[in-house]
Design a protein around this ligand. Structure first.
Ligand code: ADP
Ligand code: 5SP
Length: 471
């Protein structure tokens, strides 16, 4: 009997760590594990290590290589001794909104987009570092190294300060087009240049851990793209804590409007991406309000007619990133005595959350990404209501890849690639995909999108620009 080679992939995302162990040749999943992260937008990185240890317990025997994918942008600061200076500020922590606005005003949106592919809103590491320099100078003074969540976990495994193009492209001080750090921009934001992790190529090796090869790792969205083997016309919509829309591109994006982040991917190409702060948790919060569980929520939403009787839910429950309204609050509009039902509210939550992503899809499309079909992934893609509403709101065919942890699978595929020393990632067996029913009433579908855009435009018009806020 020939023994098969095993590889592991880790997804250290906002709410949890997931680990998958796969057959390196076929990609077949043989073991999985999971552990929760603490809530909150600032987290001690040691909690991610603990979650990784718990989630991977008993899974890694006989594994030849491992790759780590992580939530993007989080600011992990280390001192001279490698100690954590302060809890990491996560991608969804909006206290750095003013810093992002200031950086944009100081150099101009066009300059940032050209230099690093993105305009620095609150999520970007560069804005968080500016916030640290301004608000916690005693912590800033201790910072000797700045890394991202996946870099920190890779460092814990290997002792090497390593990153990859994909995750580095979310810092705001790395040029995806040039594949090089822009330390001038880091210095501009932070006042000096702490040590940064070395950027590896897609199939390079970061080091070793307990006899396993450790690959470069990457950001969670880049890992999902690697797992899904995106073809031209494929656009992913991921419904986790964040909502993201992205496709693979051959050239770097530079959107000075700031709606699309011009990231690099994990294969040497590019990953234009729009991100919202409000996805799966819009549904869970609304379910809690309605006193139902996820299945009960789906039943309610599916019992309402498309359009939710005219209710429009602008789901900015955690502020918003796209559009850039860090201080926005959610709103429910169009209420009448007739339409205020639990069914319509549940439906409006699904339609509102997905409409925000449809707007992101328009922005990604405007960057030259063709949208032939949507691949829907992430925790909330499991929702029957989401599956019913997504084809209506997106207006293109929607497929649900076979239930799987795509971020962790992408990290595992990267590990298999690093192990193979081949120029291309291994070809893994195609996963089956469920094609969702397409809408029959295009006019109604357009009505939902138009209504959402109307309220979104109003929110943008009345939104408080970061530069006029009082901290
Ligand atoms: N059937 C479902 N309906 C709606 N939401 C769901 C469902 N299953 C899981 N979720 C939600 O998905 C989220 C987790 O998704 P995940 O993609 O793992 O997030 P992240 O990667 O940000 O940690 C949680 O908020 C969870 O409540
Ligand atoms: O900030 C972004 C993308 O730019 C987020 O997508 C984070 O990478 C967090 O991802 P999830 O935990 O929601 O998957």
């Amino acid at each position: 009997m020939t023994s098969r080679t095993l590889v592991a992939g880790v997804d250290s995302s906002t709410q949890s760590t997931k680990v998958v162990v796969c057959d390196a040749e076929t990609g077949a999943v043989v073991r999985t594990g999971r552990a929760a992260h603490p809530d909150g937008t600032e987290v001690d990185p040691n909690a991610w290590w603990d979650a990784f240890t718990t989630a991977s317990e008993g899974l890694l025997d006989g594994v030849a290589a491992i790759g780590i994918a992580g939530q993007q942008h989080g600011m992990v600061t280390l001192d001279e001794d490698g100690e954590i200076v302060r809890p990491a500020l996560l991608w969804n922590d909006t206290r750095s909104a003013q810093a992002g606005a200031d950086l944009t005003a100081e150099l101009g949106a066009e300059t940032w987009a050209t230099a690093v592919g993105s305009v620095p809103v609150a999520s970007f590491t560069v804005a968080k570092l500016r916030w640290l320099a301004e608000h916690e100078p005693e912590h800033a003074a201790r910072v000797a190294r700045v890394v991202l969540p996946h870099d920190w976990l890779t460092w814990r495994l290997t002792g090497e300060l390593i990153t990859d193009r994909g995750d580095a492209s979310g810092t705001g001080y790395f040029s995806p087009a040039e594949s090089a750090y822009r330390t001038d921009l880091l210095k501009h934001a932070f006042g000096r240049t702490p040590e940064l992790p070395r950027v590896l190529g897609p199939a390079e090796t970061a080091g070793q851990h307990n006899g396993m090869l450790v690959s470069a790792g990457t950001g969670d969205n880049m890992a999902a793209a690697l797992a899904l083997e995106l073809a031209p016309g494929d656009v992913v919509v991921s419904l986790g804590t964040s909502g993201t829309v992205f496709g693979v591109a051959e050239t770097a994006a530079a959107d000075a409007s700031g709606e699309v982040a011009g990231f690099a991917d994990a294969t040497g190409r590019f990953l234009p991406l729009a991100c919202t702060l409000n996805a799966a948790r819009v549904l869970t919060s609304t379910a809690t309000l309605l006193g139902v569980d996820q299945n009960g929520f789906d039943e309610l939403a599916l019992a309402a007619a498309p359009g939710a009787g005219g209710l429009t839910f602008l789901s900015y429950l955690d502020g918003e990133r796209t559009p850039n309204l860090p201080d926005a609050k959610g709103s429910l509009s169009g209420m009448t005595r007739d339409n205020m039902t639990p069914q319509n509210l549940a439906r409006a939550a699904v339609e509102g959350m997905l409409s925000g992503l449809a707007a992101g899809m328009d922005a990604v499309r405007a960057q030259g990404v063709s949208v032939g079909r949507v691949l829907l992934i992430g925790g909330a893609a499991r929702s029957a209501a989401v599956q019913a509403v997504a084809p209506i709101v997106f207006g293109v065919p929607v497929e649900i890849p076979e239930a799987a942890e795509y971020v962790a699978a992408g990290a595992a595929r990267q590990a298999a690639w690093a192990l193979s020393s081949s120029p291309e990632p291994p070809i893994w067996q195609g996963k089956t995909r469920l094609t969702l029913d397409e809408p029959t009433d295009a006019e109604l579908a357009e009505g939902i999108r138009v209504q959402h855009r109307h309220y979104e435009a109003r929110a943008v018009q009345h939104g408080v620009p970061a530069k006029t806020r009082e901290d």
